[in-house]
Each structure stands twice: as structure tokens, then as C-alpha cells.
Write a protein that binds this ligand. Structure first.
Ligand code: BDR
Ligand code: CA
Length: 314
């Protein structure tokens, strides 16, 4: 049985690798991509998503372009990490074959949730603006979806933008607040994704004499040396790919929590706050990944990308 999936994304180097995983895994039926502002402006994340589908010959997957800004705070992007176009490496110019559908991402999510009632997985790898807008359009979205799995937040470890906040939550804290409150998410945050690195010998083994191989190499090494040193890690964490791995294999350990996202002060903006001590007495409103089987994740990642490369590069 394959599960229908919509991926909301802002490619983004780690998004690009997550998309390769999703495209290659037969357990997943990728029924569409929706794009968001995030790592760069939405025009460029949409171009990047289209280019990835062209590069991998998957122009059959529809793309819906989404929000160009957060709900209430100013746009903030991350070209300093992902590259000047929001992604590193060579990419083909998109053609007519990947022209976005004539529907906003939020509407597209609602349409797909209705078309696959009770079965659709929404994998959110970007600021949550499109998802919050979809919920505003369709209050029954929680019942229509099978599952929302998202990359965002840092519940028990430091953030990567502020001490408390991870980039996707920090970029649109009001959207994250609404989604966490009402959509019963499975949250795959920095607590686990910061360890989702790949062995450098394997990275070095990917052929660089082909456009796809070159792009994969760039995407796998998108963190600068200073960045790696700051986080005390020796290769780039591929945050978003852990979400896709969790859709096809049992790689996460999760716990239910009541939680909230901070919206109203600079230092707490986008902070994901869990209530493990049950101070509020509120029922859990989602689950948070507290640990992962990183070896299993790495095996799945390496096997899937190796297969993709072998099939595509001749
Ligand atoms: C998240 O922010 C983005 O820069 C990445 O693509 C990932 O989704 C990590 O904090
Ligand atoms: Ca992302």
C-alpha cells in the first residue's frame, strides 16, 4: 500500500534531498508539491522545486505555488546557508512541463486532503504559512488528513536562529502557533534532525561528473565549515530528509506533549515549548520526536540515494 503525500517545501538543500527520497521510495505516492517562502523567496523556491522535478524526470508531479510572506512578521530568508538562489549546485531551467497549477498552495492542500479523505499525509518542510492558511480555509482539515508530519521547532535543545527558535518556526511563528495548536502534528525538530548527518566517506563517493551527482554533493555539504564548528558536528544535518525517512520506516521515537509556540516577544518568537511536567494540565496536542535510530536513517538514506543515482546517471 502506498500512502498519498503532499510535501510543502522551500528548496533549500536539505529539502532537495528530502524530495529525492520521496520521489524514489515506492511506499510514497507523491501527489503534489506546494512551495513556500523560507530558505529564499517563494518565486525562487518554486523555480528550485520545478528544476528538481526536471532534473529527476518527474514532471508528472504537480506543483502549487504558495505564500510569499509569513502571516504577521517580516519575511526572513536563509541564502547565507543554502546559497544565493536558495539552493546550491547546478540546476536545469524549468520548462512548461513543470508550470505550477493555477491554484494557491493552501487551496491545493485542501483539495488533496478532500480527494484522499483520511489518507493523505502532509509533510511540511518549510515555514508553516501554507498549512495555516489551508486550516483557515478548511476547519475540518485535521479530520481530512491522515497525518501531519513537520520539520520545525527545537523543544529540548537550542534553536538555530535564536537560543529558543528553529528557522521554520521562527520564520512564521503565528502559523506555527496555529498549526501546533490545532493540527495534532508529529514534530520532527532540531532535537533529532541536528543528528541526521551522513558519513563523509559516502558523500565523497558520489560521482561529481554528472549534473545530478554534482547537485547531490552540493546539497550534502551546504553547511559552511564555521557553521559545522559552531554546532560541533562534522557534516551537514539533512533536517528535512528525516521527516521523509520517518514516513517509510520506523526511525523515530516520539512522545505526546501539550505544547505551544511563542509569538509575541523577540526572544521567544517561534519557540516551541512543551509541557512535560504537566503544569498546564492540558491534554497532549501532538507528538514530538525525542530520539531517532540514526543508523537506520543513514542506511535508508544512503541506499535510496545510491539507487536514485544508479538509475539516473549512466
Ligand atoms: C529547517 O530550516 C530550513 O533552513 C531547512 O530547509 C529546514 O527545513 C531547519 O531549521
Ligand atoms: Ca526546508
Amino acid at each position: 500500500m502506498t500512502r498519498p503525500v503532499v510535501i510543502d517545501t522551500d528548496p533549500g538543500c536539505d529539502d532537495a534531498l528530502a524530495l529525492l527520497l520521496a520521489l524514489e521510495r515506492s511506499e510514497l505516492d507523491l501527489v503534489g508539491l506546494t512551495t513556500s517562502h523560507g530558505n529564499t523567496a517563494v518565486d525562487a523556491t518554486t523555480t528550485n522545486a520545478r528544476s528538481i522535478l526536471e532534473l529527476t524526470d518527474r514532471t508528472d508531479v504537480p506543483i502549487a505555488k504558495g505564500a510569499d510572506r509569513p502571516l504577521a512578521v517580516d519575511l526572513q530568508t536563509a541564502e547565507h546557508i543554502h546559497g544565493s538562489d536558495g539552493i546550491r549546485g547546478p540546476l536545469p531551467e524549468p520548462t512548461e512541463a513543470t508550470r505550477p497549477v493555477d491554484t494557491h498552495a493552501a487551496t491545493f492542500i485542501v483539495e488533496q486532503a478532500r480527494a484522499h479523505e483520511g489518507e493523505l499525509t502532509l509533510a511540511a518542510l518549510a515555514p508553516l504559512t501554507n498549512v495555516a492558511l489551508a486550516l483557515a480555509l478548511e476547519p475540518d482539515l485535521p479530520e481530512l488528513l491522515d497525518e501531519l508530519v513537520l520539520m520545525g521547532g527545537a523543544a529540548f535543545s537550542p534553536g538555530n536562529v535564536t537560543q529558543l527558535a528553529e528557522a521554520n518556526f521562527h520564520s512564521d511563528p503565528h502559523a506555527a502557533h496555529r498549526v501546533v495548536r490545532d493540527l495534532d502534528p508529529t514534530i520532527v525538530g532540531l532535537d533529532v534532525t541536528k543528528h541526521a548527518t551522513l558519513p563523509s566517506e559516502w558523500v565523497d563517493s558520489i560521482p561529481r561528473d554528472d549534473p545530478l551527482g554534482r547537485s547531490i554533493n552540493e546539497w550534502l555539504t551546504y553547511y559552511s565549515a564555521e557553521h559545522l564548528e559552531r554546532y560541533d558536528i562534522d557534516s551537514a544535518p539533512i533536517h528535512d530528509a528525516l521527516v521523509i525517512a520517518a514516513l517509510v520506516d520506523d526511525v523515530l521515537e516520539t512522545d505526546p506533549f501539550y505544547m505551544e509556540v511563542g509569538t509575541d516577544s523577540d526572544l521567544a518568537q517561534g519557540a516551541l515549548v512543551c509541557d512535560p511536567n504537566d503544569v498546564t494540565g492540558n491534554e497532549p496536542n501532538g507528538t514530538v520526536a525525542v530520539d531517532a535510530d540514526y543508523e537506520r536513517y543513514r542506511d535508508l538514506f544512503v541506499e535510496t540515494i545510491d539507487r536514485f543515482v544508479a538509475e539516473t546517471i549512466h
